[in-house]
Design a protein around this ligand. Structure first.
Ligand SMILES: [Zn+2]
Length: 256
C-alpha cells in the first residue's frame, strides 16, 4: 500500500472543469468526514454524479482511508461497477447501493453513508430516532427507515432502499447505519451532521434513562424554522464551506 502514489492522476481520459470541481468537492467531504471521526477505516462511501455524464458517478477508491482520498484518486464508475479509469479498484458493495439512489432519486446528486457508533446505535434501537432533542426535532418528517437485509452488496437492495427513502433526505438503515442524500454535497452533509448529532444526543440521553418528550407542536415549529434547510441561510452551504476552510488549514492535499 505504501508504494501507491496517492496523488497520481487516476484518470486516463481528460477531465472536464466541471468534473474536476466535483472531484475536489467530494474529496473535501471525505477529509471532513475523517476530521469528524465519521469514517469506517476503508469502508463506507460518499458519492456524487459526474456533471454532464448521467451514467457516471465518483466514489472512493477501495482500500484507502478517508484522509488518503484526493480529487485525482476518486474512482469514476458506472452502474455495472466498472472502474472507468485509474489504478484504483472500485468498491462493488458501495457502488451498487449508491448507484441505485443516484439512478432512482431525481435530486440525489450526492449520497453519503456512515457507520458512526451513535448512528448504528440508534439504528439498532427498536424506536429508531426519538424526536426529543433540538437536533432531532428539525428532522421531523424528513427521516425514512429501511429494514436490515445484511451487508449491502446486491443491486436489487439498492432499488428497495430508494423505495424506502421516497422523498426523505435522511435514512436510518435499521441495525446498520445512516444515509443522507441531497441536490448538493453541502445539503447532504448538513443533513448528515444534523442526523448524526441527533443520534449522539439520543445515545447520551438514554444512557441516563429516558428523554424528556417534546410536543408535536414544538417539533413542528422547530422543523419549520430550521436554518439548516432554509435557502435564506444557505441551505447548508455555509456549514460545509466552514468545514472546508478548517480542513484546508489541516491538509489541503485533497485538492490534488
Ligand atoms: Zn453500510
Amino acid at each position: 500500500m505504501s508504494s501507491w502514489n496517492l496523488h497520481s492522476k487516476s484518470t486516463a481520459s481528460p477531465v472536464s472543469d466541471a468534473e474536476w470541481a466535483a472531484r475536489v468537492e467530494l474529496a473535501a467531504a471525505y477529509r471532513i468526514f475523517a476530521h469528524l471521526g465519521w469514517s469506517e477505516i476503508i469502508y463506507n462511501h460518499l458519492s456524487v454524479r459526474v456533471p454532464g455524464e448521467p451514467d457516471c458517478m465518483l466514489i472512493n477508491p477501495f482500500g484507502l482511508t478517508y484522509d488518503e482520498v484526493c480529487a485525482s484518486n476518486l474512482v469514476k464508475t458506472n452502474s455495472k461497477a466498472d472502474a472507468l479509469n485509474g489504478q484504483w479498484p472500485p468498491n462493488v458493495g458501495g457502488i451498487t447501493s449508491h448507484w441505485a439512489l443516484h439512478d432512482n432519486i431525481a435530486d440525489a446528486h450526492c449520497v453519503m453513508h456512515v457507520h458512526t457508533t451513535a448512528g448504528v446505535a440508534v439504528a439498532c434501537h427498536p424506536d429508531g430516532l426519538l424526536l426529543n432533542s433540538i437536533h432531532a426535532c428539525q428532522l421531523q418528517n424528513l427521516i425514512a427507515y429501511h429494514d436490515f437485509e445484511g451487508v449491502t452488496t446486491r443491486p436489487d437492495e439498492g432499488v428497495r432502499i430508494a423505495a424506502s427513502i421516497q422523498d426523505k433526505p435522511a435514512l436510518i438503515m435499521r441495525n446498520h447505519g445512516l444515509l443522507t442524500w441531497g441536490d448538493t454535497v453541502a445539503r447532504a452533509f448538513t443533513t448528515m451532521w444534523l442526523l448524526n448529532r441527533a443520534c449522539e444526543v439520543q445515545l447520551a440521553a438514554l444512557s441516563m434513562g429516558t428523554m424528556l418528550p417534546v410536543s408535536q407542536e414544538v417539533r413542528r415549529r422547530c422543523a419549520d424554522v430550521s436554518f439548516h434547510f432554509n435557502k435564506d441561510y444557505g441551505a447548508g452551504q455555509d456549514l460545509f464551506d466552514a468545514m472546508v476552510r478548517k480542513i484546508d488549514k489541516i491538509d489541503p492535499s485533497y485538492r490534488t
